[in-house]
Design a binder for this molecule. Structure first.
Ligand code: PEP
Ligand code: MG
Length: 906
């Protein structure tokens, strides 16, 4: 291969530019670009990301061989521009070696500063600068960094102390000083010697004196750091592919530690926390880069206003602030003015908030890095809308600038940052439903209700949840389960409620009898505090304070902007009038799924429901259904009213019946009394409902086929509610949906019952309401025979939870037991119950939409599985031409943004 692997920059010229981030990494591309637009950057060169991949293919020796000529030429180029020479005793060039991937991975990989120093070069530099303290401080830092990064001295366990830090402590003690910066020249020299000895002792190797050998060691170490544990973990979290590789940027050193006219700092063109358009950052006089972030010295603020705010928070008087912690604006006004002008130039050039690093060497300002700054969800929205108003970006760009998933932060309570920094993670589960919650542990739904009624905040801890826990879940601040995946009962219900939930935390041991949970050797009792982060899946010991989410005007404006471009509508999944109203407030254009079964668990309803299920004949069932009818009608009326004028898609009964019957003695006794039969008789019927595989058993439309009177009762309830509303002058738009069909005949037969019942209801009511009959496509066979089904259905709603379950053959309730292994072994990249599998399940969907529309061109299609609120899945739905996506109320804004992005990207 004769491809170019090294790109130089310096003195206002560069071989690369900002468009080349794939090859040069973000840092390398921006260093080149900064040169091109007149921002002062020390000269250097960047080795491409492809070379990193080659490194892993061919190994260290071969890569050095491949790079040698280009790197040597690039070093000469830098030497020329810096008018100094690598390894030269009189006029040495020192360099930094930095990593830089395509996507920014702050702090994940390694950096080496001051490379090129050895004993002779150090002495030469002392003569040249007349500043031995600076030289030996730089030298000891170099040996330390080189030892840690290149020679593997850094302890693997983060908790273990760096061997070099131990030596520093010892030498400081000997000299009787507290701070690193107070070490004498002799102490610094001693550190260099002791460091080298430690390296020899621990690794058996001598510290390399030859700067070129140092350089190769550092370049290869940066390549290696691409595969260090924290980088791998970060990539996993951020979805960054391993194949991208890191570039290596080698740059002439400039020094912020050459005395009081030198400094180093980090700054942001806007506030990354709240988005305020305010230049801000931190700096230190007479320091090197890592001092600012290492927390050894307290960095000072760059701007005066930032400094004043900081002092106010820290309780420091204005006099003390000015004397001890002046801002750069006050301490170095001219350099500050230059820095301010350049940060503004960079923001205007990149049209986005910049995160920059700079160094001042003896009164001259250099930029070492710029990148688009990481930001919170709040800042993301504010910055996008501000940049739009300032005319820096257009509407479409503003939409694309916002990450849908990050809107979550604006919708749920979050942990107080300070409280979180002190909290201890005790275990990790799946991030089942976002937000933060803290409260006292309870183990049973009725306890959750009782404690809540007494004014306690509670976290419900369960092995898993079932529909019977609904009221308890509703009373709790958050839910933690040991079992269950992202579409387990706990996860789905919690998301619907907008309630924080961590599911599938396999390492917790729940003991319901003792009312304890054991986590990592510690036993937590009922009443003990824990805190959950449903966004990350982390569980904390104790009470970590939370604060409510703030919805700003910018957020609303962004959503309105989305509506201007979007083609895919967003509906909400809602089972109660409250959820329906919430979804509507978040901008839902109707309901995509009402799961009627969730309505059966409150108060008297469950008794009538159980009576219906346990009845031995049609007459018994009809008697119980008659009791249920008024409840159902009232529920539907509430929902239809909340969504007045918008479509409400109500699904007929779906889950296996055993979920509704009493499995405990007490419940069975109540049922026996209610129905006038013996407890044994009840037990017999409960047992008869047990199935080996309930998910594939007597559920979905199979219930309506075997018990047509259920379908009739539900239809009656829906349409009577609609007729009554219409008489009150409202505009109800019901849709009746048949679940879990696999053949068109199932739909046909259910449709006949619905149509017949509708006729009866309209006659009784003396009024008619327009309604539609549709079906769910959630069994692969239904997708495969979509053209037949479309003959009978006015709409399709893709139930991607079941469709994923049945396409992959993974139980949606049991995936947590093998998912981690599958992810680790790279069989799965993501949880398919969370992110739609476009390749497999997606094919079924695309085909069903196409074949269905071929038969019925006006066929409405939507998604109502959990994927309806996941951005990449929503974009897929837009791509295949669906009419709407439906998701839980709290995800409606996320889906709206993703849908708008899909339209803009098209
Ligand atoms: C589905 O299967 O995707 C669906 C929406 O139905 P449920 O989750 O209630 O089975
Ligand atoms: Mg389903």
């Amino acid at each position: 291969m004769s491809e170019k692997r090294v790109y130089t920059f310096g003195n206002g010229k560069a071989e690369g530019n900002a468009q080349m981030r794939e090859r040069l990494g973000g840092k390398g591309a921006n260093l080149a670009e900064m040169n091109l637009i007149g921002v002062p950057v020390p000269p250097g060169f960047t080795i491409t990301t492809d070379t990193c991949n080659e490194y892993y293919e061919v190994g260290q020796d071969k890569i050095v061989e491949l790079l040698k000529d280009e790197v040597n030429a690039a070093v000469s180029h830098v030497e020329e521009l810096m008018k100094s020479k690598f390894g030269d005793v009189e006029n040495p060039l020192l360099v930094s070696v930095r990593s830089g991937a395509r996507a920014s991975m702050p702090g994940m990989m390694d950096t080496i500063l001051n490379l090129g120093l050895n004993d002779e070069v150090a002495e030469g530099m002392c003569r040249k600068t007349g500043n031995p303290h600076f030289v030996y401080d730089s030298y000891r830092r170099f040996v330390q960094m080189y030892g840690d990064v290149v020679l593997g001295m850094k302890p693997e366990n983060k908790e273990d102390i760096d061997p070099f830090e131990k030596i520093i402590e010892q030498v400081k003690k000997e000299q009787g000083v507290e701070l690193d910066k107070d070490l004498s020249v002799d102490s610094l020299k001693r550190l260099v010697t002791l460091f080298k000895t430690a390296i020899k002792d621990q690794t058996g190797a001598d510290f390399p004196n030859d700067p070129i050998e140092q350089l190769w060691g550092a370049i290869c170490a940066v390549f290696r750091s691409w595969m260090n544990e924290r980088a791998i973990l970060y990539r996993k979290m951020e979805g960054i592919p391993d194949e991208w590789g890191t570039a290596v940027s080698v740059m002439a050193m400039v020094f912020g530690n050459m005395g009081d006219t030198s400094a180093t700092g980090v700054c942001f063109s806007r506030d990354a926390g709240n988005g305020e358009n305010l230049f801000n950052g931190e700096y230190l006089i007479n320091a090197q880069g890592e001092d600012v972030v290492a927390g050894i010295r307290t960095p000072q603020q760059i701007t005066k206003i930032g400094s004043q705010r900081w002092a106010e928070r820290a309780g420091i008087s204005e006099e003390e602030r000015v004397a001890k912690y002046p801002s750069m604006e006050e301490a170095m006004p001219e350099l500050y003015a230059e820095l301010d002008a350049l940060q503004d130039k960079l923001e205007h050039h990149y049209h986005d908030m910049q995160d920059m690093e700079f160094t001042v060497q003896e009164g001259k300002l250099w930029f070492l890095q710029t990148r688009n700054g990481k930001r919170t969800g709040t800042a993301m929205v504010k910055i996008a809308m501000d940049l739009l108003h300032e005319g820096m970006i257009d509407e479409k760009t503003a939409i694309l600038r916002c990450e849908p998933q990050k809107l979550d932060e604006l919708l749920h309570p979050v942990f107080d940052k300070l409280a979180l920094s002190k909290a201890k993670v005790i275990t990790q589960g799946l991030p089942a439903s976002p937000g933060a919650a803290c409260g006292q542990i309870v183990f049973h739904a009725d306890d959750a209700e009782a404690w809540h009624a007494d004014g306690h905040k509670v976290i419900m801890v369960r092995i898993e949840t079932s529909p019977e826990d609904l009221a308890g879940m509703s009373a709790a601040e958050g839910i933690l389960t040991a079992r269950g995946g992202m579409t387990s009962h706990a996860a789905v219900v919690a998301r619907g409620m907008g309630k924080c939930c961590v599911s599938g935390a396999g390492a917790i041991n729940v003991d319901y009898k003792a009312k304890t949970v054991e986590i990592d050797g510690t036993v937590y009792k009922e009443g003990d505090y824990i805190s959950l982060n449903g966004t990350t899946g982390q569980v904390y010991a104790g009470e970590v304070k939370t604060k409510a989410a703030e919805l700003s005007g910018d957020f609303k404006e962004l959503m309105e902007l989305c509506d201007k471009y979007t083609k895919l509508q967003v509906r909400t999944n809602a089972d109660t009038p409250h959820d329906a109203r919430m979804g509507r407030e978040f901008g839902a254009k109707g309901i995509g799924l009402t799961r009627t079964e969730h309505m059966f668990f409150e108060g008297q309803k469950i008794i009538a429901m159980r009576e219906m299920i346990l009845a031995s004949d049609v007459a018994g069932r009809e008697k119980a259904l008659a009791k249920l009818l008024p409840y159902q009608k009232a529920d539907f009326k509430g929902i239809l009213e909340a969504m007045d004028g918008l479509h409400v898609n109500i699904r007929l009964l779906d889950p296996p019946l055993h979920e509704f019957v009493p499995h405990d003695r007490e419940g069975q006794e109540i049922m026996a009394k209610e129905m006038g039969v013996s407890v044994t008789e009840i037990q017999k019927r409960v047992n008869s409902l047990a199935e080996n595989n309930p998910m594939l058993g007597h559920r979905g439309c199979r219930l309506g086929i075997t018990f047509p009177e259920i379908t009739a009762m539900q239809t009656r309830a829906i349409l009577t509610a609609a007729c009554e509303l219409k008489k009150e002058g409202k505009n109800p738009c019901p849709e009746i949906m048949v679940p879990l069909i696999g053949t068109v005949l199932e739909l046909k037969q259910q449709k006949a019952i619905i149509t017949k019942t509708a006729k009866e209801v309209f006659e009784e009511q003396g009024i008619e309401v327009e309604f539609e009959i549709g079906t769910m496509i959630e069994i692969p066979r239904a997708a495969l025979t979509a053209s037949q089904i479309a003959e009978e259905a006015q709409y399709f709603s893709f139930g991607t939870n079941d469709l994923t379950q049945m396409t992959y053959g993974y139980s949606r309730d049991d995936i947590a037991s093998f998912l981690p292994a599958y992810m680790e072994k790279k069989i799965l990249k993501v949880d398919p119950f969370q992110v739609l599998d476009q390749e497999g399940v997606g094919q079924l969907i695309e085909m069903a939409v196409k074949n269905g529309r071929a038969v019925r061109p006006e066929l409405r299609t939507g998604i109502c599985g959990e994927h309806g609120g996941e951005p990449s899945s929503v974009k897929f739905c837009a791509k295949v031409g669906m009419n709407y996506a439906s998701c839980s109320p709290f995800r409606v804004p996320i889906a709206r943004l993703a849908a708008a992005q899909a339209a803009v990207e098209e």
